[in-house]
Design a protein. Structure first.
Length: 246
């Protein structure tokens, strides 16, 4: 990264207050000595998990079968505090992209939340997705924004940072929420010590209703075969995560 790159908005929390080193931790997870038991693990159609003690990580493995899936979701839903920014950070290494493979990580549950998604064959389609239940059914498509349409640094080498997101390497995903029902959501990646804003979801003064039903959500990672695979199945590695009230 160029040393001339100076972050600006990243220095402020979701409500525009200057960030100081006093966040209040609501949740944190690591796998230093064993698989963190704060997560529920569900598998189907050949999905499995393996503890990687030398990497302090959990590998989520798929077979080649269509429908194979592994989901790791925190048992707790974290309590959003009105008027305070909620910050999520999660580290992971995604599997090699291939047709019919879908990978997700973020602050989301069955009905609501925001996550980063990688789908399809190389180089894969990168997207930030706002999942909502405001209509009474789950909607993952209306506010799914692919990399070419991100309104911040697209992390394709053309943005202010000059960086290209390389998902063959581990990443630090971050998101912060100004909920109050209608606030702003920022999404991005922390690289070389900078919290780079890749995309912002604007809601207040833009939507006719709240943007999601419930901000009290779990940390979640998932990998799934949406179609049968050729060759080895996918392996998503979950490393660490935290949720803080700022």
């Amino acid at each position: 990264m160029s040393h001339l790159y100076q972050p600006s908005q990243e220095q402020f929390d979701a409500f525009g207050r200057l960030r100081v080193s006093e966040p209040f931790t609501l949740f944190d997870s690591q796998n230093r000595y064993a698989i963190d038991n704060q997560f529920d693990t569900s598998t189907s159609t050949g999905g499995s998990t393996t503890y990687l003690p030398n990497e302090a990580s959990v590998r989520m493995d798929l077979t080649t079968a269509s429908g194979a899936e592994v989901v790791r979701q925190s048992y707790r839903c974290l309590p959003y505090q009105p008027g305070k920014g909620l910050l999520f950070l999660g580290t992971f290494q995604m599997a090699t992209t291939k047709a019919g493979l879908r990978q997700r990580c973020g602050y989301f549950g069955t009905n609501n939340g925001v996550y980063f998604e990688l789908t399809g064959a190389s180089p894969g389609t990168k997207a930030f997705v706002m999942r909502t239940y405001i209509s009474g059914s789950v909607d993952n498509t209306t506010r799914r924004v692919e990399q070419s349409s991100w309104n911040g640094d697209k992390l394709d080498g053309t943005g202010p940072s000059g960086l290209t997101l390389d998902l063959t390497h581990p990443q630090i995903l971050w998101m912060d929420f100004e909920w109050l029902g209608v606030g702003r959501v920022r999404c991005g990646f922390s690289i070389d010590g900078y919290n780079i804003i890749a995309h912002e979801f604007y809601n207040s003064n833009h939507l006719p209703t709240v943007y999601m039903s419930n901000p009290n959500l779990p940390v979640r990672c998932e990998v799934r075969n949406t179609g049968a695979q050729v060759g080895a199945g996918g392996s998503f590695v979950q490393i660490c995560s935290t949720v803080m009230s700022e």
